[in-house]
Design a protein. Structure first.
Length: 98
């Protein structure tokens, strides 16, 4: 994926930003730790179905996801699709605001 294509795709992903040429990241906030963990469980289901797994960091009420496509050496459409699916999962959760 070209830098221009990646930037255009990232611009349409609420809450996501480029970390460098190979990674994008998005963070989600929750009412408490149990809600954050429930969200991570949902992320695991999506990642398994897509066979594309994020780096996940949990900090009490905040979950941060980082994406790259290892075998491609950087960002691909799969990363953008995954980020959109994760945003959709967040929107449909009973979680607090981002």
């Amino acid at each position: 994926m070209t830098t221009e294509a990646a930037d255009a795709a990232i611009a349409s992903l609420a809450g996501w930003s480029r970390q460098d040429e190979k990674w994008i990241a998005g963070s989600y906030r929750f009412a408490g730790f149990p809600a954050a963990i429930a969200f991570v469980a949902r992320i695991a289901e999506i990642a398994e179905a897509m066979n594309h797994h994020p780096f996940i960091a949990i900090d009490y009420k905040k979950v941060t996801l980082r994406l790259t496509t290892w075998h491609a050496g950087g960002l691909t459409e799969l990363d953008m699709q995954s980020a959109e699916r994760y945003n959709e999962a967040y929107r449909t959760s009973i979680a607090g605001n981002r």
